[in-house]
Design a protein around this ligand. Structure first.
Ligand code: FAD
Length: 505
């Protein structure tokens, strides 16, 4: 008889992982959400969780990761990029040789091919105006045309590409929620699950893999008593294993949308290819201190953020935030919402960097390059831009999150007391339990620079001015320019190509 694996979460990571291990295991995938229906809007609220959180002091928020077969891959922005070199090196340092950069990149290349990743066309008037504005304003940075998973107006679901097309039989139990991991004598032996009708059962397993996403995986660890002892005690949860790194220092990209109203000419223009091929065709990477870094991203969006709203937006993101967030338990009930504090902009350098990004993006939008596109900014005034205190208040009011939550259960070497898993995703001190999703990445990766055609890197244009000049010549689809080398973005899956789990399978 083949061993049985239970994978929790049919999202980006769970779909790939289940497909890979199904050659050696009978796999059951537990997914709290349902299968998305054909023609359903990407923005349908029933596809996401809605978890109360605090982005910064006094700034309430609802985290909305995907809750569906396909997970966040069915609700995300669909732009696809591979990790930057420093992120790759950080992963190898934390996870060992299974995370060697060439292996990770090869895996990402396979993933891109299966997902049908393709280059965003660079013909939209917003993209063109943005590139021209960078030239006009003399911005020092790197302009990068982005790849996308979009087809026919929606991102490609990783579940469709991997789970549904797996050659081996995988049982997917949708609308079914994992409540708790059952641990006996230091070994995970089963998963307590609740079906949509409320019925409960414990699914026995030889191997359990958590792929419930940055917050979902942390929630399950907390509910199962596998977390920092003080946090568990405060919530009245029995301590099964003291894992100080669970929820202790997660990171994500803070964002601010600078909204603008379109000119009549843009509103009345016929749809462009980006309308179906991806909402985020182009990004500018720059450094807050004016050097060659990539700690800030200004992302071009060619669609209004909300289908019912008129304003468009440029998205300013902090790609290498210093501030960290926490996830902790508030109650012993497995359905009790955790306390999530992103801790955004707590570090003064993060606040200063965000000011630089917002000023730069606003300067681009009001430049003459955008004259035929932007009627006016919605609520960002010169007075606000000119005063640090006013601008900080404006940023706080408009603060959002890119939903790239990482590091809620970080991997690391044995010597790292905060490490929750090793490079093969094995949870410290608990046999038969692994983690293989975004929660194990120690720090949110930056996503500067680009990866095209399946992870193939291209170091052609290392000079930002060259990039901008190329953009002005409207040759952006070939420009593919980068300053620092490879690219960085939260990868859709994090399991390395040859981890010991796959080898042992
Ligand atoms: C709105 C949004 C936009 C984004 N844009 C981009 C982008 O443009 N490009 C990019 O690369 N990345 C983007 N991301 C990030 C990217 O989608 C995630 O990093 C990636 O999907 C994480 O994969 P994961 O498998 O860790 O989690 P997910 O894909 O979120 O999967 C987790 C799954 O686990 C399920 N689950 C959770 N708890 C339980 C439980 N107790 N029982 C059963 N099932 C459970 C969830 O319902 C979900 O389906 C975006 C994310 C969001 C939310």
């Amino acid at each position: 008889m083949r061993p049985r694996a239970v994978v929790i979460g049919a999202g980006s990571a769970g779909s790939v992982l289940a497909s890979r291990i199904s050659a050696a295991y009978d796999v059951t995938v537990i997914e709290a959400g349902r299968s998305p229906m054909a023609g359903e809007s990407v923005l349908d609220a029933s596809r996401t969780w809605s978890i109360p959180a605090e982005l910064a002091e006094g700034r309430a928020w609802r985290a909305t990761p995907g809750r569906a077969v396909g997970g966040s891959s069915v609700v995300n922005g669909g732009y696809f990029a591979a990790p930057a070199p420093d992120d790759l090196l950080r992963w190898r340092a934390a996870g060992g040789e299974a995370w060697a950069p060439e292996r990770v990149l090869a895996h990402i290349g396979d993933l891109a091919a299966r997902l049908g990743v393709h280059a965003s066309p660079q013909t939209h008037p917003i993209s063109r105006a943005f590139a021209d504005a960078c030239v006009l304003q003399g911005v020092t940075g790197t302009l990068l045309p982005l790849d996308t998973t979009f087809r026919d107006g929606a991102p490609r679901s990783v579940a469709d590409a991997f789970l549904a097309s797996s050659p081996n039989r995988i049982e997917v139990r949708s609308n079914c929620r994992a409540m708790r991991i059952v641990v006996e004598n230091g070994r995970a032996v089963g998963v307590d699950v609740a079906d949509a009708d409320g019925s409960r059962e414990v699914l026995a397993a030889d191997e359990i893999v958590l792929c419930a996403g940055g917050f979902g995986t942390a929630r399950l660890l907390l509910a199962s008593g596998l977390a920092p002892t003080p946090s568990l005690r405060r919530a009245g949860i029995d301590v099964v294993a003291d894992l100080p790194g669970v929820g202790a220092a997660f990171s994500d990209h803070p964002t601010v949308w600078i909204e603008w109203l379109p000119t009549a000419a843009l509103s009345e223009a016929p749809p462009h290819p980006e309308d179906v091929d991806g909402a985020f065709p182009l990004a500018l990477y720059l450094s807050a201190d004016g050097t060659s870094g990539d700690d800030l991203e200004v992302l071009v969006c060619t669609q209004p953020p909300d289908a019912d709203a008129t304003p468009y937006g440029l998205v300013v993101g902090l790609q290498r935030p210093r501030s960290r967030g926490t996830v902790s338990a508030t109650s012993a009930h497995p359905l009790g919402a955790p306390k999530i504090a992103y801790g955004y902009l707590r570090d003064p350098e993060d606040r200063a960097a965000m000011r630089v990004g917002v000023r730069c993006a606003a300067g681009l939008l009001v430049s003459t390059a955008f004259a035929g596109v932007v009627e006016r900014l919605v609520d960002l005034t010169d007075d606000t831009l000119g005063d640090d205190l006013l601008l900080d208040a404006w940023i706080l009011e408009h603060l959002g999150s890119a939903s790239h939550t990482c590091g809620t259960a970080p991997m690391g070497p044995e010597t790292d007391p905060a490490a929750v898993v090793d490079g093969a995703g094995r949870v410290r001190g608990i046999r038969g339990l692994r983690i293989a999703d975004a929660s194990m990445l120690p720090v949110v990766p930056s996503r500067a620079c680009g990866c095209r055609n399946g992870g193939r890197s291209d170091r052609r244009g290392a000079d930002a001015r060259l990039a901008v000049a190329q953009a002005r010549a409207s040759a952006m689809s070939r420009a593919f320019v980068m300053r620092r080398g490879l690219t960085g973005l939260v990868p859709s899956t994090t399991l390395p190509r040859e981890c010991s789990f796959c080898r042992s399978a």
